[in-house]
Design a protein around this ligand. Structure first.
Ligand code: HEC
Ligand code: HEC
Ligand code: HEC
Ligand code: HEC
Length: 433
């Protein structure tokens, strides 16, 4: 019964090309869509080590693994990308001819994933393509009021993504994704996301999916300052900030002869290798207990966050094994736009270039509720006067960004000179209890 009904439906929709009518298995089509997105994640088969032999674009930013994704060459609108042909002409084609194509000398997917996966891909090419461009443009022209989609979103999606689309740390806020990459997101809404259980909307139709996309485009961005302050607290101690288990083995890049080599969690803190002044120098980082000889991160201030994320994923750092995509981006945003010019704030003898008196009222209100007037109320922390004199770079980093996984406010959006004045005030507090 079901097969018959589906065949009839497919015939009505006219999605079948010439040739014998056959039943369309929607489950196979959407899985094919997810394989098209990323077959390596969806089918749990690894691509070969080198780039795809047909990928001949020199100097592109596409990673080796990504050269094997169908979407890299054929695009999210299925019309082709980087100069490759699209797959739209094969809509309605006999799936067995498409399977043969995927095994040809250009593609070489035979043996890389099971026959069932190749057939799913073929079913997607034949029956799963929608005209994303047309749908998005039509919706744009129609200016449909999508407010009613708040109800669909709130009931279907919010359990995973949160009502603002920002809950999952694996991905960027989905409002940003939908604004920046609408074709890709529409593909995901219809077919689901590779390797996880996000529900595909294909059975509800392309119109439903594109209106959902339009609603998602109204969800908020994550504020840059929130991202940077969180990144800065992870720079301080990401294990504490994210609630991760402390690392059991030392970081591979930490010199085995340096002082903290036996203290594994410490060797994984960014600040331990790159310093509180971000230059790997001040506060015993050039010589003394914390010395590692590793250079700072100042050189990447202003760099494209995507390049910094690539550094954090490289074989030297290996942070992709322990941190989510969102956390890596927050760290990169901190490195790119969040670094304080420490030399402008603190002189060579470690004195804050500020006026303690100007910040007295701020300290006694904003800080003293937790730290006490003398900076000694929190007994797990050393007296603030001592911290501020022994390591003013750390003090200023914390005044701007807060303390990992604590309620301490991050003041980085206030006047930068006020932050330095507060540091000067701390340097006048008693050093001993
Ligand atoms: C590295 C680039 C690259 C990747 C990755 C790639 N293709 Fe292709 N594809 C091509 C090229 C080049 C052609 C045209 C030449 C040929 O078929 O030999 C093509 C042709 C096609 C066609 C036929 C289009 C037409 O109108 O004749 C289909 C369908 C297709 N590819 C599907 C896929 C699928 C599905 C995947 C993922 C499993 C994929 N391709 C991955 C480069 C790529
Ligand atoms: C069962 C949980 C779940 C539900 C329900 C769900 N999603 Fe997802 N969604 C995910 C996961 C998990 C990811 C991808 C995470 C990853 O890449 O590892 C994702 C990814 C996405 C992305 C891609 C973001 C990007 O950067 O590419 C968008 C957009 C999205 N979802 C929108 C939606 C919308 C709209 C709905 C409701 C129709 C929805 N999701 C329902 C779990 C869910
Ligand atoms: C165990 C030591 C260690 C830890 C921990 C560490 N790094 Fe690095 N990092 C290095 C080394 C070594 C280099 C390469 C320096 C070179 O090229 O001379 C480097 C380079 C960098 C660079 C590039 C600097 C440039 O100008 O090229 C950035 C940015 C960076 N790290 C950020 C981070 C961040 C953010 C963290 C924390 C998530 C971190 N690192 C944790 C050792 C470490
Ligand atoms: C809501 C409570 C709260 C407020 C308000 C607060 N802090 Fe904190 N602060 C903390 C906590 C908790 C810690 C971590 C203490 C520990 O190490 O156990 C901390 C740590 C610090 C440290 C690092 C001390 C160390 O552990 O080495 C400095 C410096 C600091 N705070 C300065 C300030 C300043 C200056 C202000 C006002 C601008 C302020 N704090 C406001 C709660 C607060």
């Amino acid at each position: 019964m079901k097969r018959f009904a589906l065949a009839a439906l497919a015939a009505v929709m006219g999605s079948l090309g010439p040739g014998p009518a056959m039943a369309v298995d929607e489950g196979s089509v959407v899985r094919g869509g997810r394989l098209y997105d990323n077959w390596n994640i969806e089918s749990k088969n690894r691509p070969p080590n080198g780039p795809h032999p047909a990928f001949t674009i020199k100097g592109s930013a596409v990673s080796t693994t990504d050269t094997w994704r169908c979407s890299t060459c054929h695009g999210w609108d299925y019309k082709g990308k980087h100069g490759y042909v699209g797959i739209r002409n094969r809509q309605g084609a006999d799936p067995s001819t498409i399977v043969a194509l995927l095994k040809n000398a250009t593609h070489r997917y035979g043996g890389l994933m099971g026959e069932a996966s190749l057939l799913d891909l073929a079913n997607f090419v034949s029956h799963g393509q929608i005209d994303t461009q047309k749908l998005i443009e039509t919706e744009h022209r129609a200016k449909t009021n999508v407010a009613s989609y708040e109800e669909f979103y709130g009931t279907i999606c919010a359990a995973c993504h949160g009502s603002d689309g920002g809950r999952l740390r694996e991905v960027a806020p989905i409002g940003d994704a939908a604004r920046q990459r609408p074709h890709e997101v529409l593909h995901n809404l219809i077919n689901g996301h590779p390797g996880d259980v996000m529900p595909p909307l294909s059975a509800l139709g392309g119109d439903f999916a594109v209106r959902m996309l339009t609603y998602v485009q109204t969800l908020p961005s994550r504020s840059m300052s929130v991202s940077v302050a969180h990144g800065a607290r992870m720079y301080d101690n990401w294990q504490v900030e994210t609630g991760a288990l402390p690392q059991a083995l030392p970081h591979p890049a930490y010199p085995s002869t340096a002082h903290f080599a036996a203290d594994a969690p410490t060797t994984w803190r960014c600040k331990e290798c790159h310093g509180w002044d971000y230059a790997g120098k001040q506060g015993q980082y050039a010589s003394g207990h914390h010395a590692t000889g590793i250079k700072g991160i100042r050189g990447m201030a202003g760099a494209d966050p995507a390049r910094i994320v690539a550094v954090l994923r490289d074989s030297k750092h290996r942070f992709d094994a322990v941190l989510k995509a969102r956390d890596l981006l927050d760290l990169a945003n901190f490195v790119s736009v969040g670094q304080i010019d420490m030399n402008a704030a603190i002189d060579q003898r470690g004195r804050a270039r500020g006026n303690a008196a100007r910040a007295g009222a701020h300290y006694r209100t904003i800080c003293a509720t937790c730290h006490g007037i003398d900076g000694q109320r929190i007994i797990t922390a050393p007296p603030l006067g001592r911290v501020a004199r022994a390591n003013p770079w750390e003090g200023l980093h914390k005044i701007a960004n807060g303390h990992p996984n604590e309620k301490m406010p991050a003041l980085r959006k206030l006047d930068p000179q006020l932050l330095i004045d507060i540091l000067a005030h701390l340097q006048g507090l008693p050093e001993t209890r």
